[in-house]
Design a protein. Structure first.
Ligand code: IMP
Length: 191
């Protein structure tokens, strides 16, 4: 089955490709030569993910899914949350976002945080949501070179290394996107 993954992020495509079985042929936007930025104008992960999936499904007339992810920190009232990509500014790099978050957390005792991914699937008949979460803590400074985004400052519960230090396989097993992808896969098998 052909499935479009509406993302421009090659790291996300890799993570997802590794988890879906052979019966699904993932087409990334780069495979389709689609380079237009898809806006994320909403205040919820659900709305942003659905907007991306709907837009691309309409353009290519195929089943399409998209994810939107945020890092939520209770001590910062849920920030950066749905604004995780642009926490340090509209074109902020991962390093700038992590620096801002580490500074905001400097005096905080409660260092808990969770990643949440929402996947929106747009079929030719309607849409469905799938989600995954993982709790952990925010490190004092970035450590590790693997992963992407906030991975170097996120230490998942039960581990003492960041997602950027742990093997990819562990991130897939316990991580937010992996859980959401498994929920999506179970559903796709019922179609
Ligand atoms: P989006 O889902 O691409 O909008 O991601 C929002 C922000 O969260 C971006 O800054 C991403 O780099 C970051 N992000 C998304 N997924 C992950 C992840 O699995 N690990 C670390 N950061 C992530």
């Amino acid at each position: 089955m052909d499935l479009i993954f509406a993302t421009h992020n090659p790291n996300k495509v890799l993570e997802v490709q590794k988890q879906l079985d052979q019966s699904f042929n993932i087409l990334a936007l780069s495979d389709l030569d689609y380079h237009t930025e898809i806006p994320e104008p909403y205040e919820t992960l659900e709305e942003n993910a659905l907007q991306k999936a709907k837009t691309i499904s309409r353009v290519f007339k195929k089943i399409c899914f998209s994810d939107d992810t945020g890092l939520f920190v209770p001590a910062l009232n849920g920030a950066p949350g749905v604004y995780s990509a642009r926490y340090a500014g509209p074109k902020a790099s991962a390093v700038e976002n992590m620096e801002k978050l580490c500074a905001a957390m400097e005096l905080k005792q409660d260092r808990r945080a969770y990643f949440k991914t929402v996947i929106a699937l747009q079929t030719l008949k309607g849409f469905h949501f799938f989600e995954g979460m993982v709790w952990g803590t925010i490190a004092r400074e970035p450590v590790g070179t693997g992963g992407f985004g906030y991975d170097p400052i996120f230490i998942p519960q039960g581990y003492d290394q960041s997602f950027a230090m742990l093997p990819q396989k562990i991130k897939q097993e316990i991580g937010h996107r992996g859980k959401a992808i498994r929920a999506l896969t179970s559903f796709l098998k019922t179609l």
